[in-house]
Design a protein around this ligand. Structure first.
Ligand code: NIG
Ligand code: FE
Length: 411
């Protein structure tokens, strides 16, 4: 039964309390057995029976729950670096997409990769994320857009979930854009999704959620509603890419359907905010995508004031958010959205767990929860998100075991 002592500050990040309540405890200790937390509290109050166990030294540092990246598109082929330049020269994300770039281009590049190639590349990203303190990651499909290719992506996540210690949560995003084969037959693609892809993905147990990109150039409100309802009928709770580039009524739709989260939300309306507060939908902010696309940030302060839990994630993908650095996304949430470091920490722990329906298992340090935690080279959370460095994580512990700190460079 290992025991971590000499913790300068332990942020337990339980669900209760508001966005800024991280339940920070000075001079703390943490005890776990196997993959479960057994005890935590002030070191001075450590029960004598636990005091003789295998000891790790926290060296006065900050300890937080394992970080949860609750929105990524982890497996993809290629990058879209030339589009980055084109956007910097003034072209918009939508203009690039209309010219055959954007998501459709990554679909072509992903389809041409074998399952093994995708596994290998994604596993390098995962190793990097683990070093950055991530212990649970949501992973979306959506660069396949036909049955075989979407199943391929979801199998990549299944293989990776089994082959390495981080917990992966797969989401079916067949409704990312209309598949190129159906460019002249949108209704045909929506029927394919509802009648074949969703039932098959659910039957095989390859996804936990169903997501839709509701936006001009992707899917409209009616299409999104019918796709997400079909997902729900097949046991896949709804998530939504909502109101990213324009107000498409996404926040309201997420509320109407009782979605578990609505993500992006830069352009959500006041009514959308109110509806999400009432329905208890988690708002997932993706500041890297906001920054890369040069948008006005999602007004996190207004969401928090209305009592909506705000999670923060990377949106890692090869176009609009080409970084899996969750600590960078956390800093951006502070600087661009005026969230305090404590609020951001709650957004990548307890609230991110809630956005994945995993709050009973991970996202906070409590007896009975998984022993997923991170030792940060900082005395407290304010200092962590003040002095940005490549990586402030000293140790990532997943299920009670220290993650090996590989140094790898994904291609
Ligand atoms: O979350 N918004 C839609 N989907 C992704 C973009 C993916 C891409 O550009 O490849 C996002 O930003
Ligand atoms: Fe996304």
């Amino acid at each position: 039964m290992p025991l971590l002592t000499n913790i300068g500050c332990l942020a337990a990040c339980r669900m209760e309390g508001g966005q800024s309540e991280i339940h920070a405890l000075p001079a703390a200790a943490l005890v776990w057995e196997g993959d479960r937390i057994v005890w935590l509290g002030r070191e001075a109050q450590l029960p004598a029976a636990l005091a003789t166990m295998e000891r790790w030294d926290g060296e006065g540092r900050l300890v937080v729950p394992g970080l949860i990246d609750c929105h990524t598109h982890l497996a993809f082929g290629g990058w879209r670096a030339d589009e980055h330049e084109a956007r910097l020269r003034g072209q918009s994300y939508l203009e690039i997409a209309r010219a055959g770039g954007g998501i459709a281009r990554t679909v072509r590049q992903t389809r041409s990769q074998s399952e093994a190639e995708l596994v290998e590349r994604a596993s390098l990203f995962l190793q990097r994320c683990a070093r950055l303190g991530v212990t649970t990651m949501e992973c979306k499909s959506g660069y396949g857009l036909c049955l075989d290719q979407e199943l391929k992506l979801l199998r990549v996540y299944q293989s990776l979930d089994r082959a390495q210690p981080l917990q992966l949560v797969p989401t079916f995003l067949g409704a990312h854009v209309v598949a190129p084969e159906f460019a002249q037959d949108r209704a045909g693609y929506v029927s394919l999704l509802c009648q074949e892809l969703i039932p098959e993905v659910a039957r095989r147990g390859l996804a936990r959620f169903c997501d839709v990109f509701l936006e001009e150039g992707a899917f409209d409100l009616e299409e999104a509603r019918s796709i997400l309802q079909t997902g729900q009928e097949h046991g896949l709770p709804a998530k939504l890419h909502a109101d990213q580039l324009s107000d498409g009524g996404g926040a309201r739709l997420a509320s109407e359907l009782g979605a578990i989260s609505a993500d992006h939300l830069e352009h959500a309306s006041e009514q959308g905010m109110t509806a999400m507060a009432e329905a208890g939908v988690v708002a997932v902010s993706l500041p890297l995508a906001t920054l890369y696309l040069g948008q006005t940030p999602m007004p996190a302060r207004r969401w928090i004031e209305r009592g909506v839990p705000v999670a923060v994630a990377t949106d890692f993908n090869p176009g609009s958010a080409p970084s899996c650095h969750l600590q960078l996304a956390m800093l951006l949430a502070c600087l661009m959205q005026r969230m305090t470091p404590a609020e951001v920490l709650k957004g990548v722990t307890a609230y991110a767990a809630r956005a994945l329906g995993l709050e009973g298992e991970v996202g906070s340090l409590e007896p009975g929860k998984r022993a997923d935690f991170v030792i940060i080279d900082a005395p407290d959370v304010n200092h962590w998100l003040l002095h940005f460095r490549e990586n402030r994580v000293l140790k990532t512990v997943v299920g009670g075991v220290e993650y090996p700190l590989f140094h790898v460079s994904p291609p």
